[in-house]
Design a binder for this molecule. Structure first.
Ligand code: FES
Length: 618
């Protein structure tokens, strides 16, 4: 047994011989970035260790990702470094490797709504028991419900948890009780007195990278609290394919992924309740959206066949499951409603996006792009909608970019290159000293480099006497922030040709998606009346830069609308209105699924998208 001390937190862990430092860190809750899921390909899990004799020598992956000088200084990749000796180890987790609290996109669009939630409560008076004719408590209660609503006598479903509460509640307030029902049929609660105002519900978006939830009053629809968290499954891979392959290797792994997400949801629920000062006992419904992989893992469905073509979803849904079945910290009988998916990876989040943007109600032609690790593209109007999913990967989250990082304090989010002087100006989140560059910053930098003529369409730098290009064993890199001006080290923050190629790959995936759906509808970008951009970093994106690199089709900027977390906004609609919930079920069946992987023009379109547009009209 070896002791490992993680600095600067000073957290200690007992570790076994042959354990990797990444495993030890994850076990004790130290957030170390691991975008590739520990495969040694992302190079983000770097740590500084001492003594080096206590671990295995540097692997090929470490030699690739670390310079000789860094290795000499004790830098190692946590996922590659295996404990070998009996000596205690000191580990420094540098700022760039920490999975710090990121800026979460929690706002969605606000849509006026007629409240029609599935959860509804009534205040009734149940007569006391007649000693001459002692009718059981539940039957007297049902008789009153029957009088209130009508309907058949055997109509009501009373779960055991609720049945247990009935005798006490009836006697606590002289028969006056609040009965909370789901779809006017299943009893969720019987509480003494009038608690009709204490009915709450939560909307939740399980994203590949993050979870965002909002708490609402089901009586007024009012938003009471919002909270977000990293998706902890990230430690098993930033992209859904890594997680699917982890889940497929052993059924127990599926449970690991399910438990991780359930634990985080419980944490989110506790935060929401605390912020709104309500009791979780009064949260009667949770409405969940996410892509097909996220919702399937949450429900513990068999995801094996989602991992390879034709990427078959285990079930479409919608699902209504008790909170108890999912071990959530809500009342056991609270309902968990998971919106249905379309097909493949086009999941409930895309359905929620459509609900929120109302493109299914409009005569105008809209394109919706939900940018994320797994991105969705939807095109059409009220007559016809087509959707596809694009494996953009985590480049927009800063992964695979050498100095890339998530949108946290100190990340460069905006880059301007003066066209005459070629001087570079950067803006960072919270105006903190730069520690890296986030997705919107990378998009900006690449667009600016192309715009001032320093970048060829293939993503290669064009030499210019006044530009700051560094040449090293990893190729050419453009200096965004000089060394000594950064918080991390004396090294400059740069953007390399390799980084740019990663961004181009990610945008090519999305560009292929929108080009092929446009083809499917025989439309051109100029036919688009509206372009909605949703997702984690949509609101921070400069639309002109996004158009400049081809991430968004060339349309006049005024046609582009950022809708933030539209998936969460759609989940809210489904929470507060059964009409929208039914609409979601219809949409999941009526939206046409475009399977890009099997599309005959996929390869050609993708190859032609691996370039930056020469010029942009719009
Ligand atoms: Fe270690 Fe990616 S290189 S987690």
């Amino acid at each position: 047994m070896v002791k490992v001390v993680f600095e600067p937190d000073g957290r200690r862990a007992n570790a076994q011989n042959r354990e990797t430092l990444l495993k030890v860190a994850q076990r004790v809750g130290i957030a170390v970035r691991s975008e590739c899921g520990g495969k040694g390909t992302c190079g983000k899990c770097r740590l500084q260790i001492s003594p080096e004799s206590a671990v295995t020598p540097p692997s090929q992956a470490e030699i690739k990702h670390l310079t000789a000088q860094e290795i000499q200084m004790g830098y190692r990749l946590a996922c590659q470094t295996v404990i070998t000796g009996e000596t205690d180890i000191q580990v420094m987790v540098p700022p760039e490797s920490r999975g710090t609290q990121r800026r979460l996109q929690v706002e969605g669009i606000t849509i006026p709504i007629t409240l029609r939630p599935a959860v509804h409560s009534v205040f009734i008076a149940v007569p006391p028991v007649d000693p001459a004719r002692p009718i059981p408590d539940d039957e007297r209660l049902i008789e009153q419900l029957h009088q209130y609503y009508g309907g058949k006598r055997g109509y009501w479903i009373i779960p055991l948890h609720v049945r247990r509460k009935i005798p006490g509640s009836l006697r606590a307030a002289f028969g006056h009780v609040t009965v909370t029902l789901w779809n006017k049929r299943i009893l969720l609660d019987v509480a003494a007195g009038d608690s009709r105002n204490n009915q709450f519900g939560v909307a939740l978006d399980i994203g590949t990278s993050k979870l965002v939830a909002s708490l609402h009053s089901l009586v007024t629809g009012k938003l009471l609290a919002v909270a977000g968290l990293e998706n902890p499954q990230i430690r098993y891979g930033e992209d859904i394919m890594s997680r699917l392959s982890f889940a497929a290797t052993d059924p127990a792994n599926r449970l690991v992924l399910q438990n991780l997400v359930v634990d985080s949801i419980n944490l989110l629920l506790a935060r929401l309740a605390k912020e709104a000062t309500i009791a979780l006992d009064n949260v009667y419904e949770l409405v969940v959206v996410g892509n097909t992989v996220m919702t399937s893992l949450f429900l513990g469905l068999d995801t094996k066949h989602l991992g390879y073509g034709p990427f078959t979803a285990p079930a479409r849904g919608p699902f209504d499951v008790s909170s108890q079945a999912l071990t959530l910290s809500l009342p056991p009988q609270a309902n968990v409603h998971v919106l249905p998916c379309v097909a493949g990876y086009v999941g409930a989040d895309a359905v929620a996006d459509i609900l929120a943007t109302r493109i299914h109600r409009s005569r105008k032609i809209s394109l919706l792009i939900d940018i994320g690790t797994n991105s969705e593209v939807v095109l059409g109007n009220r007559d016809r909608l087509t959707a596809c999913s694009c494996a953009a990967g985590p480049a927009f989250e800063g992964a695979q970019i050498e100095h890339g990082m998530k949108a946290v304090s100190g990340a460069i989010e905006q880059v301007t290159i003066h066209p005459n002087t070629l001087e570079v100006e950067v803006n960072t989140i919270d105006a903190k000293p730069a520690i890296g560059i986030c997705g919107s910053g990378v998009v900006d930098a690449v667009a600016q480099l192309a715009e001032v003529g320093l970048l060829a369409p293939q993503g290669r730098f064009i030499e210019h006497p006044t530009t700051k290009l560094l040449h090293d064993q990893r190729g050419k890199r453009f200096v965004l922030v000089e060394g000594g001006n950064t918080e991390v080290s004396q090294s400059p923050i740069t953007l390399s040709e390799y980084d740019i190629s990663q961004l181009i790959l990610a945008k090519a995936a999305i560009q292929t998606g929108y080009k092929l759906v446009l083809d499917q509808h025989q439309l051109k970008p100029s036919d688009l009346d509206k372009v909605f951009i949703a997702g984690a970093f949509g609101n921070y994106l400069n639309p002109a830069s996004a158009i400049r690199i081809g991430l968004i089709p060339p349309v006049p900027i005024k046609r582009v609308t950022f809708v933030g977390n539209a998936a969460l906004a759609g989940a809210r609609l489904a929470l507060l209105s059964r009409t929208h919930r039914l609409q979601a079920t219809r949409l999941a069946k009526s939206v046409q699924f475009l399977d890009l992987a099997r599309h005959p023009d996929f390869n050609q379109t993708y190859t032609s998208s691996l370039f930056l547009p020469k010029e942009v009209l719009g």
